[in-house]
Design a protein around this ligand. Sequence first.
Ligand code: SIN
Length: 296
Amino acid sequence: MDVAGIRMDNPLMVCSGVLGISAGLFSRIEAAHAGAVVTKSISLVPNKGYDNPTVTGVASGVINAMGLPNPGVDAFIEELGRSEVSMPIVVSIYGNDEGEFAELARRLSPHCSALELNLSCPHAGGLLAIGQDPNLVERVVRAAKEASNVPVLAKLTPNVADITKIGLAAQEGGADAICAINTVKAMAIDIYQKHPILSNIGGGLSGPAIKPIGVRAVWDLAGAIDIPIIGIGGIASWEDVVEYLYAGASAVQMGTALGMYDIDHITRIKDELDIFCASTELDYEGLCGIVRKRYP
Ligand code: SIN
């Protein structure tokens, strides 16, 4: 299948931030039959991220604030050179402004199948400010698009009043697809120690709790934009995948579920999705938007 110019065997992608950081992990993800992997978000210079604790479990999900740790663009290009997979690698990038996004896009696009712009980390002040402002989103997407020759995906935050305005801005800037959603702003407090659990205080909620928020975002975006949508948020089963595809997604990304189970959970979901497709006599593309199209 082809989603925004990315050729994938199936619609199951691994989302940014969970596993996609080394050539060895890319191989394990490919062996688990993922359609594509999105890497950890990469910046121009190395970033060590926040101090621990950076992750905590809550009912129906996980709150994280890692602080975008990554080895920086130079080291990551070397790592991409060690990769032996044929599965598409989508490199997630983040910068402080459109110039940094453009520089990252220029440096990384020769080494990957597509770029995903992280416009949505809920606790990196600059990124959230970009991702909540349609004008900035349009400018950043345009700058990255002009600097690269691979598809550019814009990953949007749900932490806005109307995600369709941001989606339209990304489309106007030339995005080839929208990824929705990133995590939802959240926090947890240790009532015995009387302090926030995460070192950063606030973080982003992922996992089953946010699936209905993601499905709604995809549904709304599908009614507003013309470019493909990649659905993200709380996907842990083949039924979750079908729900996102029915809402209008062309593919999906999974993250938290791979931590709750294991990498081979991708294989289990793919096998079950294939059985469902065979029972409906539809291919993956045939499932896209089935319910959404009934509600124009
Ligand atoms: C993090 O590294 O803290 C999470 C990144 C993100 O949510 O985009």
